[in-house]
Write a new protein. Structure first.
Length: 688
């Protein structure tokens, strides 16, 4: 790819919330760093010199080795970039591999996204600087946007304004050039034609980026700003085992920012149409309504939904944002007549009002929804109904998309899912078990933290036209793409020596097994950290699932609500011993399985109230977790462990050795931490 005869490095940067930096070498991942793990602030925003250099060091390169830069950001939110003497960017002429301006000459093609804007004078993109530290913008609306955004960061993301003092906040970018119909609201009745129309077009992949020139530590580097959902699609398809696949992305955005239907074939991803769903934002809204909070509320709602089988769902609510806004819909007319909504109320507000009205007609009080009693039947019924609405809606959209492609002779038997809604395990499992597809894949980095990878892959394959290399088997090890700090463990232990003591393990897996069978709760810290929000055995807390009281015990260790469930790790070849349904492989804890009678009886601490579990399966190549389960089975006990992420309430998963030891020292209930061949515990008082 380069004319130097050297490997080509693409630096991917996600500038919004869940910020991250990644490096690809000839298309393969060599480093991936989540900003929250470094700063210890969940979902942290923005990119800076420290984050970029962390990713470069992990890849064993420096700025001079970077050949291309791919940026992306959170849709509808400004970008955050610090230290512009180190990294900056500006629009560049769309030529060569990055050419896209010519698309605007095609019939009905136009720049759809409200930002970026095209200049009538020279046809170049204007990257509007909307806010800079120490500078008050002239336009009132821009100042208002910046002030509101800082307030949002301080309140919702717990980032104090002082921490943002030196950041420049730019107008958000979501490049999108395509047929004009993409911008028009789309109902379920319109979707089949929209997909078919998109499938008949060519070169639409060139409309989801804008060329930029990045200045990195004084060097000018060619690059592209990648559309948010293009990055999601690339994050999933290029890490999947598939050569061809239907791709559906969906998250908390709405309208054209809510997600896309695309199709992957070889090294090319073809955008077909935005689907205009609003399930992600609806789900977040219900989580807040139920008192579960804005940060992490969606994950809690998924667990809470299992505490009820009482559905308040009217099938008429299944639809897109356009369907939810339809004033002719009978359910909206009913709400209007009852004085529950006004004509100007939005689509999500209407659907939430419909659920609340049905709850009241079922005998529930509005005051019970979101009360301190989280498990009140009103709360759980609302949660259950919201979950079912998301499942049915996403399923229906994907069913329509597949049928539309089949009409054109392209019935895809594989499905890739990405975006925050892809963390919804029951929805994933409904699709996997539907028979519509031979295989369903959700990448471990399907949240926004994976977008630095997706942006880099989109540039490498879709813009630079590079082929996809040989793909490795999909196992839990595929998620272990973070940084390893094993070389720092010994020195870190010495720094903490006043409060801890440790011994070397002759057989680490066997000693962990002994601890678990003696009913101790231990943590594991080793090797490269996991990407995404799930801990998969390298930054995990483990307990014996045969003891039902370990459910509450581990929740106390984590500082979580007592009702929240835990997930099991199980040998892949023993999965059916304990679970009756679900995919045969579930390496990333993103699918739901139903326990059989044997599983319910012998591993109760990892079986939720509706008999389901978010299972992680492991194989021999997964290393320590496989060895641990094999040791347990050899001792005549189920080869299953309770697994949860190694972090406290409101904290990111531990990243460095000092994070793990700090947790151990402040926890009276965690018995030990296994750190790459060492068993570490709090220092015990000397015996008299």
């Amino acid at each position: 790819m380069t004319d130097r005869g050297k490997p080509t490095h693409v630096l991917g940067l996600m500038c919004g919330h869940d910020a991250s930096a990644s490096v690809l070498r000839d298309g393969a991942i060599v480093s991936h760093v989540l900003r929250e793990r470094i700063t210890r602030r969940r979902h942290d925003f923005g990119i800076d010199k420290d984050l970029i250099q962390h990713a470069l060091r992990a890849a064993h390169i420096d700025e001079s080795d970077v050949d291309f830069v791919a940026l992306t950001a959170t849709q509808s939110m400004p970008l955050l970039i610090n230290d512009r003497s180190y990294i900056n960017y500006e629009s560049s002429a769309p030529t060569g591999s990055f050419l896209n301006k010519d698309l605007l000459g095609r019939e009905d093609f136009r720049a759809i996204s409200p930002s970026p804007y095209w200049s009538a004078e020279d046809g170049r993109l204007l990257l509007t600087r909307s806010f800079e530290s120490g500078h008050v913008p002239n336009e009132d609306f821009v100042r208002h946007m910046a002030e509101n955004f800082i307030a949002h960061l301080a309140q919702a993301r717990r980032i104090p304004p002082a921490a943002l003092r030196d950041w420049q906040i730019d107008q958000y970018l979501s490049p999108l050039i395509g047929p004009g119909c993409w911008a028009e609201p789309c109902g379920l009745a319109d979707l089949r034609d929209r997909v078919a129309h998109g499938a008949a077009l060519d070169d639409t992949h060139r409309g989801l980026h804008h060329p930029i020139e990045v200045r990195l530590n004084g060097r000018a580097i060619p690059g592209a700003f990648i559309n948010h959902h293009a990055a999601h699609a690339a994050s999933s398809f290029y890490s999947s085992p598939f050569g061809k696949s239907l791709i559906v992305t969906h998250d908390g955005g709405v309208g054209i920012d809510g997600g896309f239907i695309m199709r992957g074939d070889g090294h090319r991803i073809q955008p077909l149409t935005p689907h205009h769903l609003a399930c992600g934002q609806f789900y977040d809204t219900v989580a807040i309504l139920c008192g579960l909070g804005a940060i992490g509320g969606a994950g809690k709602l998924m667990g809470l939904s299992s505490y009820s089988d009482r559905s308040l769902l009217d099938e008429a609510l299944i639809g897109t944002e356009k369907d939810w806004s339809n004033p002719a819909a009978e359910w909206r007319a009913e709400l209007m007549a009852a004085g529950r909504i006004k004509p100007e109320d939005g689509s999500i507000q209407g659907v939430v009002a419909a659920l609340l009205l049905r709850a009241e007609r079922d005998g529930f009080s509005r005051a019970d929804v979101g009360s301190e009693d989280t498990l009140h039947p009103a709360n759980t019924a609302i949660a259950h109904s919201a979950q079912k609405l998301v499942e049915h809606t996403v399923f229906r959209v994907i069913e329509i998309a597949q049928a539309a492609l089949a009409d054109g002779g392209n019935r895809d038997r594989n499905l890739c899912l990405s975006g925050g809604v892809a963390l919804n395990c029951p929805t994933n499992s409904k699709l996997a078990g539907s028979g519509l597809f031979d295989d369903v894949y959700v990448e471990p980095h399907c949240d926004d933290g994976g977008l630095s990878l997706g942006a880099a892959w989109w540039l490498w394959h879709n813009l630079l036209d590079q082929p996809v290399g040989a793909k490795a088997p999909i196992t839990s090890a595929c998620a272990l793409i973070g940084t390893s700090y094993d070389a720092e463990i010994a020195a870190t232990l010495e720094r903490f020596a006043d409060g801890i003591e440790w011994v070397d393990c002759a057989d680490e897996a066997a000693e962990i097994a002994t601890d678990l069978l003696d009913d101790r709760v231990v943590a594991v810290y080793r090797g490269r950290s996991e990407t995404g929000p799930r801990a998969l055995g390298h930054r995990s807390i483990l307990a014996n699932p045969a003891r039902s009281d370990n459910w509450g015990r581990v929740n106390r260790i984590k500082g979580r609500e007592a009702w929240r469930p835990f997930a099991p790790i199980v040998l892949e070849n023993r999965l059916r011993t304990f679970f009756a349904d679900g995919p045969d492989q579930s390496p990333f804890m993103l699918m739901t399985h139903t326990a059989n009678a044997h599983g319910q009886a012998c591993i109760p601490a990892v079986i939720h109230v509706d008999r389901t579990s978010r299972v992680q399966t492991v194989v021999a190549s997964d290393g320590l977790m496989f060895e641990l389960l094999t040791r347990l089975e050899a001792r005549g006990v189920p080869p299953v462990v309770l697994n949860t992420s190694f972090n406290g309430p409101g904290e990111p998963i531990v990243e460095r050795p000092e994070d793990a030891l700090a947790f151990l020292l402040k926890s009276d209930l965690l018995d030990a931490v296994y750190m790459n061949g060492r068993r570490v515990r709090r220092r015990q008082p000397a015996q008299a």
